[in-house]
Design a protein. Sequence first.
Length: 283
Amino acid sequence: MFRPAATPSVDRTFGKGAAMETVAHTGTVLEVRTIEDDRAWARVGRFAAYGAAIGFLVTTVLYLLDAYDVLDPSPAYVATSAGQLHDEAQFWAAVFAHQHAILWDVIVRDVVGPMAYIALIVVAVAFRRLTSGDRPERQLMVTLFGVGGVISAIASLLYLGNVEFWRLPAGPITTDGETSMIAVGRATTAIDRLTTWPEAFGYLVLAVGIVCLGMLVRHDDALPRRLGAFAYLTAAVLVALAVATVMDADAARSILALGVGVVLAPVLCIWLGRILGRAGATA
């Protein structure tokens, strides 16, 4: 008796940057990804890259306007003969009045910032599809961009919780209300400190992801080598920013934030967006 002919089954495999299907026992490879898919991903990645560039620029500029007291001068603690309790209560009242005056700045930057991180994750996914091969850095880039972006976004949203304290103007502080004012003021400091380590760790994870991006670029002859070197530079400055954040070095942090948020990150995102745009046009 003759054996019945085996019906070829289809096994899904992944490689060379695209989802593929292999007909078992024949070695025939069927391409699943279409040109329209490539163009759609390139289009989404390009818009996300440009959106991330604008988001990082806006967030950093608003942060620097606050850090350098451009919008409203920060109050200073003034010791008087009325005693430490009274002086600290008056200080916190002045701080709340200052934050209320620039509340729009805090809200905009801590909403736009997380949106920029989400857009950056989309860029990583789109760029992964553009590249070929199955090297570790190709997979790790997406993972690290995703983890670092989520952590950084959470840190910004945690700080945004202070808006609940600052959205109402602080009135005159009576003697009976001094203790309450101090308690609320110190609560905002606790929230601020709660975001320090997640923010710094998010920068570190993103820096490693950017290093993976640079390694991926340098192993792909179709991509400009200068992009890889620029990615390494961005990652190095981002690590320095993480260290300055943890050390609470305000001057260094402002300078490094200027370099990353106004120059390096927007340029990197725009560069990736242009590459994705060209890939979509030639797909």
